[in-house]
Design a binder for this molecule. Sequence first.
Ligand code: FAD
Length: 392
Amino acid sequence: MNGEEGQNLKRVPDFLVVGGGINGLLISRNLLTLGASVLLIDQSEVAREASWAGGGIVSPLYPWRYSPAVTALASWAQGYYPHLVLQLLAETGIDAEFEQSGLLMLDAPDQSEAVSWATSEGKAMEVWGTAQICDAERNLASGFSDGLWMPHLGHVRNPRLCKALLASLEQSPSFSLLTHTRVTGFEEIDSRIVKAYANTAGSAEEQVLRAGAFILTAGAWTQQLLGPLNVESGVAPVKGQMLQYRLPKPLIDSMVLYHGKYLIPRRDGHLLVGSTLEYTDFDKSNTEQGRKMLQNAAVGMLPDLSRLDPIRQWSGLRPGREGGVPMIGLVEPRENLFVNAGQFRNGLVLAPASAHLLSELIMGEQPSIDPKPYRPTLDPRELMASTRASVF
Ligand SMILES: Cc1cc2nc3c(=O)[nH]c(=O)nc-3n(C[C@H](O)[C@H](O)[C@H](O)COP(=O)(O)OP(=O)(O)OC[C@H]3O[C@@H](n4cnc5c(N)ncnc54)[C@H](O)[C@@H]3O)c2cc1C
């Protein structure tokens, strides 16, 4: 196949979405709901990258350390998640298992900042002493002197969430999918993208794909697509490794966070341990050092784990960006190129709000969240000024 005849569709779609992670899946869902047709392309399988690898905590880890731009998206999405998961269960029979388990943060160093943030944002947060920690989670190591308890926080099984989203998309006759197909570039005429070029694995021929508009949700790879268009996104890969244990009996009920490492108890007895933060470009390998670091952190919180070995280790590439503030909106001066990327450590929690905002911007509706901090053309100095360096 070559040339425009190569378009794997009966007609030119309204939108071509590049990248089938959580962000690509959700914007496709929103656009289909609005009556548009969508072609979703992924260079691999759908949701096999960061959106599969993540822990699925529906909150930033230390939410008070982030800018209001991150909090605005997180708060919107936290309200929406239970509804989304139920809706997908009804549509597809796949349960993404949203669990409102609560999150217990042990010995958080900036407790007074946390409490004033929670008060001003209206979030439930309790300060616990040793006795309350021991009462709530009896298997934790002793010696934690204080904790911050956020009862409303939950987690979702992100691989299942993405599977459910794809199953739901595939029910629509206006949806098409191309996997193992990498978008390699765009052709631009008079501020409009007119074509995308793509290569399918195993084929030497280049495909030419047309669409009414183009949306980049390529996660950590976003700059590879924007660079040739002379757009600097500041999005870069940041590796995260995770471990999984299978527990003979549950050891904790809530998520637990200590010194940046966390435990997530799944409904079926699995326990996830996350995560490393590594600046190794696009290298996604698991390392012995990463395994040891996570294992030590896990045993430090839950001593019973010293009798078990992790059953699995994996890693993923987060779409890192200054302050974890994503870029969402039109890539000006182009009239039909949009981007939604750079959610960094919080892409799962922020995704529903990011997609909602982008759909509003595409449709020219009054946005429900102020879009300014996410503007793709925001001067990087303005972005830095509006974020807090401590999240790195
Ligand atoms: C270890 C780890 C733990 C995490 N834990 C959490 C958590 O608990 N909570 C949370 O909110 N977030 C978490 N995150 C972050 C979250 O997973 C990411 O921010 C989010 O998944 C990013 O989604 P995405 O759709 O932008 O990117 P991705 O899921 O990476 O999807 C991008 C897709 O684009 C495709 N692609 C790229 N380039 C091209 C191209 N040229 N052509 C075609 N396709 C292309 C890729 O194949 C990929 O499928 C974690 C991440 C990691 C790695």
